[in-house]
Design a protein around this ligand. Sequence first.
Ligand code: DC
Length: 235
Amino acid sequence: MESTAKKRIIIAVDGFSSCGKSTFAKAIAARLGYIFIDTGAMYRAVTLYALEHGAIRSGMVDEDKVVGLLGQIDIDFRFNPERGASDIYVNGDLVEGKIRSIEVSNCVSPVSSIRQVREKLVAMQQQMGRKRGVVMDGRDIGTVVFPDAEMKIFMTADPKVRAQRRYDELRAKGDNVSLEEIEANVVARDHADMTRAISPLRKADDAIVLDNSHMTVDEQMEWFMEHYRAVTGAC
Ligand code: DC
């Protein structure tokens, strides 16, 4: 029988936006030699394709058109050794940079609320995780995609702390934004994520909460390893 110490598991990382989920999930995956899958990037990739193919005009999402395009969207991840993470491709085109644009960020919420979009991406995510040894970050991984994940982490942080982090990030990129504006946006997105009709953001009953408001990345890793050892029996 396979020893528990070597058992490869699924680690679901869900939580609020601007919590540092991807940074945390990527670090865990690197530490364990697991694959990291950023499911937000998949929703962003569909949104980009919809924008480029006339299914979103002046910020208005035409749901039927988006659904009509789904059959021609092929998404895959390829490991990029320079980044130490995987880049996302749509129909063979590298779109990692484009999916982070403001335009995509502004339209990804309504696109990710479309039932058929979620069905397609959830099925892909389940397929990607079938061999386990995966860290997947998103909003519904522990509740919908892998309700049987061996380890579920729900990340949160004080909205003011998240807003400050995002503000620092945007200012560093040269964006002229105000802290009040960002705070309002963080609160609005929390509300949209939690009240969406399909697969709203919620903590799975068996998830452990990581509030990283006042934690460094190293402290978060220490916290994680303690829980990971308890779950897998690894030393
Ligand atoms: O993590 P992110 O901000 O890149 O995610 C982009 C959007 O996709 C966000 O509005 C929430 C949505 N999303 C989702 O609905 N389900 C997921 N599993 C991941 C992201």
